[in-house]
Write a protein that binds this ligand. Sequence first.
Ligand code: MG
Length: 314
Amino acid sequence: MWQPAERYPDPTIEVLDASFERYRLFNAAVERLHTGCRWSEGPVWFGDARHLLWSDIPNNRILKWDEETGVVAPYRAPSGHANGNTRDRQGRLITCEHGGRRLTRTEPDGSLTVLADSFDGRRLNSPNDVVVKSDGSVWFSDPIFGIAGHYEGDRAEPELPQHVYRLDPESGTLAIVAEDLRGPNGLCFSPDESVLYVVESRATPHRRILAYDVDGRRLSAQRVFVDAGPGGTPDGLRCDIDGNLWCGWGMGRDELDGVMVFNAEGRAIGRIRLPERCANLCFGGSKRNRLFMAASQSLYALYVNTQGAPMIGK
Ligand code: MG
């Protein structure tokens, strides 16, 4: 049975490079906020409501954790085997659905608007993760993980290669921005939006994090930002205000379970050990200094001495 650290500093927060020291609070420990999920993904913070939503994909539900009371309750069930979530420039929830093989927006009245479910007349595979740029465009990955079986969606034959798409906010049309990747998964813009990071989950011999230069609506100069190495399993990721990349990680070997932190040069500087593989994470709390980690059957949180990168104002 996992227990939170009783003494500070929490030994599960590891400094791999001296530059990470400043991000670790000496008197903050990893907390388990909830357990009892099957596969946690897609955390998104709603500061205005003081709650966090996250997906429990096999259980076909989105859960809500309330910051004030700590109570966890269903937010949406069935959720279409929802995976990644984010908010758009108007604060609306944007959700990747495996089951519906689509990207949806939740309107203020609770109704769903389908933003995308096909490209070139063929069905999307299973949108996995999503980010919104300051120009309102919606960028998402479309691997086949959610149609590979009946556990996280419905088994089906892919109709499209595994692209990363950009949804234009004005026309509503989709364009491929990264073509035919090997299992495109989590994605994240650098704080100034000059770089897009994309996890390639089926790259061989190791998973890797790719980086691209962002030129308006296009990507260029693809390069390998991080080679995850044997057993390294990045999935979802977020940047802090200094451009460090906080990545859900684990499961290849249990000592790797948790979160890896890389600086903007791609060097590993820190690690948060969790007892379970972490698929995805986000920053939240009223100061954006609390890291929420969706990790297998549980949800964890840790206060850190930095803040999540804010959405850039226009
Ligand atoms: Mg993912």
